[in-house]
Structures are given as structure tokens and as C-alpha cells.
Design a binder for this molecule. Structure first.
Ligand SMILES: [Zn+2]
Length: 178
């Protein structure tokens, strides 16, 4: 844990925050959802070194360009190789593979007693709190869009995860976002 970079700790806090809710066990965050959560944190300025680039992602049986952080994917691999995070793989009836992650339960119990980590996790989860009621929002697919949706009051925010034009043309001063 101590030899992790700040961004790796933020990523670990993000996975921990979305897989451990009081009263719930065996909660995992899906690969696609994690990429969207990482994107949100990049926009909120929590990662120091992460950036996004257009890359293809399978989403609801379609392959779409999305704003993916390669740094995030590399660090996820590192957290897996250090046995801090574990991966679940499930095959669906359509021969798709679902990948999901969580913090290894023993690691989670150690992290629970680490004050610095808990403060970091608090900052991370702050970025996902509903503006109306304060509950932590979750990722929800709505047609071709991605939303952050509050499970308590129904408040939602669009996430422009698939809108790659903004990334592809950000250096072009004549580009008008539509
Ligand atoms: Zn709410």
C-alpha cells in the first residue's frame, strides 16, 4: 500500500468505495462502470497523471468509441498483480464475458483502519454524491447514454463518456460542440 503512487491509491479508494456499502456483501464493480467512474474522477481533477483517449469499448453488444484512460487500465493491472484487487469473470448466455472487480476483503479490512486512506476515499466518494440529497449515485445505462443516477431521489446527471468528439478535436479552435 505504501509503495503505491497517489493515483493508484485514488483508484484503490474508488474501487473500495463502490464495492463496500454497509450491509451489503459481495458487491463488485463492472469493468465498463469502473472506466466511467475513472473518467468522472479525471474530470473532477482527482487523478494527477491520468488522461483519456478515444478507444473502443463493447457496450451493450455494440462496440463504441469511448473516453478511456490507459493509465487507469495499467494501474488496475498493477493493483490486481499486487493482490489488492480481485477480478471476477462471468460468461453470459451470449458468450460475452463480464469482468468485475473488488478490493480483496482482507485488504479492505486493513484499509478500514487506515485514516489517510479513509480520508482519501471520502474525497473520492464526494465526487459521486447526489447534489439534491447527498446519496452516492450509481452508473446507469439509458439507451445510448450513460447517467449517474441517485438511487434515493432519482436525480441524474449525464456523463459524456461516449462523446469522443470533445477529445478528438480539443486542439481545434474552430470545433463547435453540438
Ligand atoms: Zn438524491
Amino acid at each position: 500500500m505504501e509503495d503505491l503512487t497517489k493515483d493508484q491509491k485514488v483508484l484503490l479508494a474508488l474501487i473500495d468505495g463502490f464495492t463496500t456499502k454497509s450491509g451489503e456483501r459481495d458487491r463488485w464493480v463492472r469493468h465498463e462502470a469502473l472506466l466511467i467512474l475513472i473518467y468522472r474522477l479525471i474530470k473532477e481533477g482527482l487523478f494527477e497523471t491520468y488522461d483519456v483517449a478515444p478507444a473502443l469499448l463493447k457496450w451493450k453488444r455494440k462496440v463504441r468509441f469511448s473516453k478511456i484512460s490507459q493509465e487507469g487500465i495499467l494501474d488496475l493491472g498493477l493493483l490486481l498483480s499486487k493482490n489488492l484487487v480481485q477480478r471476477l469473470e462471468l460468461s453470459t448466455a451470449f458468450h460475452n464475458v463480464i469482468q468485475a472487480y473488488r478490493v480483496v476483503p482482507e485488504v479492505h479490512r486493513v484499509l478500514e483502519k487506515n485514516r489517510d486512506f479513509q480520508m482519501l476515499k471520502e474525497r473520492v466518494m464526494e465526487c459521486f454524491k447526489c447534489r439534491r440529497c447527498g446519496e452516492v449515485m450509481g452508473i446507469k445505462a439509458n439507451g445510448d447514454e450513460v447517467l449517474l443516477l441517485c438511487p434515493r431521489c432519482g436525480y441524474s446527471e449525464k456523463v459524456d463518456f461516449f462523446n469522443i468528439g470533445v477529445v478528438a478535436y480539443k486542439s481545434n479552435p474552430f470545433f463547435v460542440e453540438t
